[in-house]
Each structure stands twice: as C-alpha cells, then as structure tokens.
Write a protein that binds this ligand. Structure first.
Ligand code: FAD
Length: 443
C-alpha cells in the first residue's frame, strides 16, 4: 500500500498526525508539496520563509529515508497525477480553515472519490480544531473569547503523535527540485523551518517564566516570536502548548492563553470566511476617510508619532511586530486617522512572516471595532501607550534612529522638545489627525 502525504501548512515531521498515520499504515509513503501558482501571491517575506521551511522539511524526511516530492501546478490535479504514477491508494492531508484551503479539500475529496483513492483528513493546524468545542444553546462556534477560553482550556486535547522513524519511498519517484530561494524583503527576518523553530522553542521555554509580566513590555522583547513557525506549521501548536504547560506558573498560563486566541480566530474564520474583507459587525464599519497621503505616512513609519513609527519600521525590518505595537499602530490607523482597517490588513499581510487570514483579520477587526468580540469605543492614546509600555523610550530609539539622541521618555513627544533641539532632529512633526480629540498631538 502506498500513501501520499500532501503537505500544505504543516511543514514538520514532529506531531504531524497526517504523516504519522501514513507511515504507520502504508508500506511506502510519498511526502508531497505542490507549488501552487497561487503561492506567487505570497509576500516576498513569506515566500522566503516557506522556501526555507520546505528545504528543512526535505532534509528531515531524507534523514528518515524519505524525501519531499515537489511538483508545480494545481495541488489537486498534481496529487491525483502523482497518485497515478506511484499507484497510491490513499492521501493524507492536514485540515485547514481558510476558504481557499477548504475549497481545495472539497475538490480533493471529489477527485479522490472519482479515482477510488481514500482521502483522510487530520488535525494539526490548531490545538482544538473548529467545532471541537461549541457553545451551549446550539451555537455553531464561539463569538466571544472568554467562554471559548474556558471550554478550550478544560477540553481534552488530542495526544501528540510520535515522529516517524523511517519513511520508505516507492522506487523510482521523481522527486523534483525546489526553485531558487527567494530573497524576502525584511533584512532582519527570522529563518524558516522546523529545525530552527524547535531550536527557538527550546530557548523560549527557558525564558517563559516572566511572560505574564513581560509580554507587553516592548523593549524587553519578552514574547516567544514563534508565530511564523506556528503559521507555517513548522511547530505543532499542541506540542508548543504542552511544553509550556509542563513549565507551570503564571507565565506559562498567560502564554497558553495567547495560543488560545489563535484557535479562537481560526474557529471564527471557519464559520465567517470573509473575515479579511467584510466587517463582522456591520454597524461598526463606518465611512472611513480616504486620505492616501496619511496612509502612506503610516505605511512608511513617518507619522511623526514615534511609537507608531517604531512599530511600522520594526514590521518592515523584521517581518514581525511586537503585539503591543500592532495594537498601537492599528488603533492609530483606524481610530485616529480614521482610515479603513482593510488597508491595514493588506499592509500587515504584505510584511508579516506570521501573516495569516484568521489572526491578521481577526485582530484588525478587534482593534477597528468591527469584530465579533470587540469594544467599538475602545481607543488607544499612542503617547500614553508608549510611555507605559516603553517607559524609557528604548523601543522607539531602537527602530527610529533619527531620535537616537533624545533621552528617556521625552522621545515619545519630540514636538515638546525645545525648538533648538527639535530643529536638529531629522524627524517629521506629528501627522494631523482630523479628530478633535487628537489635541494631544499638538505642541
Ligand atoms: P507570543 O506573545 O509569544 O504568543 C504566542 C503565540 O500565541 C503567538 O505566536 C501566536 O500564535 C498566538 N497569539 C498571541 N497573540 C495572539 C492574538 N492576539 N491573536 C491570535 N493569536 C495570538 N498573529 C499572527 O499569528 N498572525 C497575524 O497575521 C497577526 N496579525 C495581527 C494584527 C494585529 C492588528 C494585531 C493587533 C495582532 C496580530 N497578531 C497576529 C497577533 C499577535 O500580535 C501575534 O501573534 C504575536 O505578536 C506574535 O508574536 P509572538 O510569537 O512573540 O507571540
């Protein structure tokens, strides 16, 4: 018996139920990744991360006697074609939630049926898959985080599966090559791959203790930075959560709770697939202003509000942004500049290595006040946020070198510096917001 394991965004050998099951039940196994032409729409940063992750996966599979077969084209057609070539009778696939992934699953199901191949779907993208816990009263999914978290935390999670020791490829499979590695756009972005992800996880577990106190502290950089590895499935979210739970303590609990937010938005997206373009709560979707100039300043990190600019520049430099900075910059775009959250979704999506439909759009809608679990009138004053979460201005100076010479928290309001000092800084004055409340921006 021969099984194909169609990899998508589960680019790992550890705790991969689809791979483990195929290896346990078939004599020969063909790990496959199809370079879908749609992947050309992937941002340069994520294309680079994906490529590195595939190269690493191939090495890990080779170390176990297998390989990664790489094909180009439509994933469904290529899987069926390969199944014909190697006479496979089964295909294993990790389930995913996006509308695109679910259409692909559906098409694969139909084609497999037509060709009398059995398709098996496996969990692994999340800790709990959409639908694993449901609200009482017959709701299909949770719209509010707190009750979801309570059910999620007390639910029985599946057991982790072992990494296959040996993978036997059928003879004479044409494995195909990976294309040349893409360059990416962010000079300081992390490298992709399961090996790198697991190395970082190990280091992180040693720093997890004070996470509950440090996760909002922007200069401390006290978060895991594992998001991109989770995004591409280089790390199993279940394995990450289990490893963190073993550490016990408030840091571990706070960290596992963040992983729950990830599952939460996935189960929302499963039921509300238009999340990146359509307001969940239509009443929160205002007439947004059209101001291309302000939008461009925000994108470039040149709003003149230092903590906002620091976040936006971190995004471009690292393909990642601290969560607190994501909140501040997103609130600045939507609540102060009054510009459409969809513009923010697109810009973040272009740069973030961890960018994904569910988490990016879910969080943007949360900030903009259009989301399912949101407080529409919540506002963030970026100056107060900066002074609270970057009290000495270290984070700002790290990413806005024009302000390097300004000491302490004064860096958050350069417009209040004496004229003689201010005129020596090559840094713009604050972007005027149209809102009256924005008087805090004025000198
Ligand atoms: P940690 O603090 O170490 O958290 C551990 C893990 O929990 C993260 O890796 C992530 O998988 C998950 N997590 C943490 N916070 C959230 C959250 N608020 N929502 C969902 N999952 C969370 N996260 C993404 O993974 N992809 C995105 O595209 C994305 N876009 C965002 C856009 C905006 C406007 C905002 C406010 C937040 C966004 N987030 C997104 C959530 C969060 O900012 C990142 O997950 C986090 O900063 C990643 O860094 P970390 O791995 O060090 O997180």
């Amino acid at each position: 018996r021969t099984a194909i394991v169609l990899f998508t965004r589960d680019l790992r050998t550890h705790d991969n139920p689809a791979l483990a099951s195929a290896c346990a039940n078939a004599e020969t196994v063909v790990p496959l990744f199809v370079l879908d032409p749609k992947l050309q729409q992937l941002s340069p940063n994520r294309a680079r991360f994906l490529h590195q992750s595939l190269a690493d996966l191939r090495e890990s599979l080779r170390a176990r006697g297998g390989d990664l077969v790489v094909r180009e084209g439509d994933p469904v057609a290529e899987t069926i074609r390969l199944a014909g070539e190697v006479e496979a009778d089964g295909v294993a696939l990790t389930q995913d939630v996006s509308a695109y992934a679910r259409r692909r699953e559906q098409q694969l199901q139909e084609e497999c049926e037509r060709h009398r191949i059995s398709l098996k779907l496996f969990p692994g993208t999340n800790i709990l898959s959409p639908g694993d816990v449901r609200p009482g009263g017959g709701g299909a999914y949770y719209k509010v985080f707190s009750p979801y978290y309570r059910s999620w935390e007390s639910a029985k999670w599946r057991d982790e599966v072992a990494t296959p020791r040996k993978i036997t490829l059928p003879p004479d499979v044409n494995v195909g090559n990976l294309p040349a590695p893409p360059a990416g756009e962010s000079p300081d972005a992390v490298d992709g791959g399961e090996t790198e992800g697991r190395r970082r996880l190990k280091t992180w577990l040693g720093h997890l203790g004070p996470y509950d106190e440090l996760h909002d502290d922007m200069p401390a950089d006290g978060t895991s930075r594992l998001s991109a590895y989770l995004r591409f499935g280089c790390l199993s979210p279940l394995a990450v959560a289990n490893a963190a739970r073993e550490k016990n303590g408030p840091g571990s609990a706070a960290f596992v709770r963040q992983l729950c937010w990830r599952d939460f938005y996935y189960q929302v997206t499963y039921s509300f697939p238009r999340i990146s373009t359509t307001a969940y709560r239509e009443s929160g979707d205002r007439e947004w202003r059209n101001d291309p100039d302000a939008l461009q300043h925000w994108k470039d990190g040149l709003t003149g509000v230092p903590v906002v600019d620091a976040g936006m520049r971190q995004l471009m430099a690292e393909g990642w942004m601290h969560n607190r900075a994501r909140l501040i910059t997103a609130a600045f775009l939507t609540k102060h500049l009054d510009l459409d959250w969809r513009e923010g979704v697109k810009w973040f999506f272009r740069w973030l290595n961890d960018g994904d439909v569910a988490n990016n759009s879910g969080n943007w809608q949360w900030v903009a006040g259009t989301g399912n679990d949101t407080k529409p009138y919540r506002r963030f004053n970026p100056i107060r946020q900066g002074e609270r979460f970057d009290p000495d201005g270290e984070y700002v100076r790290r990413y806005v070198p024009e302000l390097k010479s300004v000491r302490g928290k004064a860096v958050h309001q350069p417009w209040r510096l004496p004229d003689t000092v201010r005129s020596g800084l090559d840094y713009p004055g604050p972007l005027e917001s149209h809102r009256d409340e924005a008087v805090w921006l004025r000198p």
